[in-house]
Write a protein that binds this ligand. Structure first.
Ligand code: MN
Length: 495
């Protein structure tokens, strides 16, 4: 039987510090999760606010395949709010550790067990499916925890869930803990937090021990260090345990990107499965191996999860990768020239720099003696910025020797300048600024500023850099050199 995926991106995930989604954003994520194929979508906690209820209702009304669930406490008003939203099920949570009972609720074990039973009966009577869940279950008296579950099941709970609320399990204790709970006659969920980086490992252990459903979030977002990550759990099951889920893993990367964009919680580059470096290679030995046969340094193909392989240029680069990259940009070089370019790239790498596409182009053009054509040149730039002034920029550009004058406003002077340039070039190129990194190389306000940008036009992505004392000029020049790089490649491909 396939492991069931209970996605709580929109509830536990939204409890990530600093994350708050509008009802429409929640709906868009829910539609994506449904397309991905998760079995249950915990859409939120209906009692929270009017906006939260609006979001849950929108998701319910979308008629998705997934079961739509609301989090509730063991109080009737919470269940009434969930009923008002029309959800299929509730994730009914009661704390079971003495720590929580005494210090948070100030109630006895008997009282809390009775709340669980009463609320389960009330919800079931009103047509809801109840997943009865124990908060801080892994620090609870197991006998008491089991009693709560047993009485809840007698009262009509159709699933149970044991939460490792502060991430205290290990893969070994997870096996011992979840094993017996999986024999109570209803499906058991594993809900693990990542305080020690073990959420995924513990989830897998719980599933091996007999649990049949995993609570996860996209990108592992959630309170503190987050929850078990959906993509890591699902792909581990698929690739390492040969166990099926209903998730279409080809959609994992795009789902991850969407959730990162909408929550504003961006991923560490080395995040497993969906991180930007998950299938990136720099070292010559690795890149060469991957070019010859991907399995040498990739456990799964990036295509499996909808991701892309990437080769990064730096001091660890090998000649094979460099040659491939040069060919991709349309430059054919003989072995002698390749050797010279290779040395120059290594020298730049030794200075602690990663080599952008534009750096490589400049090096190659220099070695090959090509005079670079610039499609867009900056003739003038004026910036107005300060207190009680809307940051405004005007530019005079020459585009293929035609003069264009444009102006733009922005959140700050850099933004205003980029807006003005984008307006100026809109007839020749539809460029998207995908990434913008600023580094002050030396200390102090007179520091050299290093700006690296990543630009996209259609499916072409180009990185470019500029290093200058003036942050606005560094940004503008990096942006312009990226634009020129894209337009030169464009010309080359057309001709
Ligand atoms: Mn949680």
């Amino acid at each position: 039987m396939a492991v069931k995926i209970f996605d709580t991106t929109l509830r536990d995930g939204e409890q990530t510090p600093g994350v708050s989604l509008t009802p429409d954003e929640k709906l868009r994520i829910a539609i994506k999760l449904d397309e991905l194929g998760v079995n249950v979508i915990e859409a939120g906690s209906a009692i929270t606010s009017e906006g939260e209820r609006e979001g849950i209702k929108k998701i319910v009304n979308e008629g998705l395949n997934a079961e739509i669930c609301s989090f509730t406490r063991a109080v009737k008003v919470d269940i009434d709010a969930a009923l008002e939203c029309g959800v299929d099920s509730i994730h009914l949570v009661v704390p079971t550790s003495d720590l929580h009972l005494e210090h948070k609720l100030n109630k006895t074990r008997e009282q809390v067990k009775q709340f669980a039973v009463d609320c389960t009966e009330y919800a079931v009577d009103h047509g809801l499916l109840v997943e009865l869940s124990a908060e801080d279950s892994t620090r609870s008296d197991v006998k008491y925890l089991t009693d709560v579950f047993k009485e809840g099941i007698d009262a009509g709970a159709q699933r149970i869930c044991a939460c490792d609320t502060v991430g205290m399990l290990t893969p070994e204790t997870a096996t011992k803990f979840y094993g017996p709970l999986s024999n109570l006659g209803v499906p058991l969920s594993v809900h693990c937090h990542n305080d020690f980086g073990l959420a995924v490992a513990n989830t897998l252990s719980g599933l091996r021990a007999g649990a049949t459903q995993a609570h996860v979030t996209v990108n592992g977002i959630g309170e503190r260090a987050g929850n078990a990550s959906l993509e890591e759990v699902v792909v581990s099951l698929y690739s390492l345990y040969d166990e099926k889920t209903d998730v279409n893993i080809k959609l994992l990367y795009e789902t991850s990107k969407m959730v990162a964009r909408m929550t504003g919680v961006y991923l560490q580059p080395n995040k497993a499965i969906v991180g930007e470096n998950a299938f990136a290679h720099e070292s010559g030995i690795h890149a060469d191996g991957v070019i010859k046969k991907a399995e040498t340094y990739e456990p799964i193909t990036p295509e499996l999860v909808g991701h892309k392989r990437r080769f990064v240029m730096g001091k660890h680069i090998g000649t094979h990768t460099l040659k491939k990259r040069l060919q991709e940009t349309g430059l054919r070089v003989d072995d002698e020239k390749l050797g010279q370019i290779f040395q120059r790239v290594k020298t730049l790498g030794d200075k602690g720099k990663c080599v952008t596409d534009v750096d490589l182009q400049a090096i190659a053009e220099d070695v090959l003696g090509i005079l670079p054509e610039k499609a867009v040149e900056l003739d003038e730039l004026t910036i107005v910025s300060g207190n009680k002034v809307t940051p405004t920029a005007s530019v005079k550009l020459s585009i293929d020797h035609n003069e264009i004058v444009e102006a733009g406003i922005g959140l700050g002077p850099v933004d205003a300048a980029i807006v003005a340039i984008k307006k100026g070039i809109k007839d020749v190129a539809d460029i998207k600024l995908e990434e913008y990194h600023v580094d002050a190389i030396t200390g102090g306000t007179d520091a050299l500023i290093d700006v690296i940008v990543k630009l996209r036009m259609g499916d072409r992505v180009v990185s470019a850099r500029s290093t200058q004392p003036d942050i606005i000029m560094a940004s503008v020049e990096a942006f312009l050199s990226g634009i020129n790089r894209i337009l030169v490649e464009d010309d080359f491909k057309k001709s």
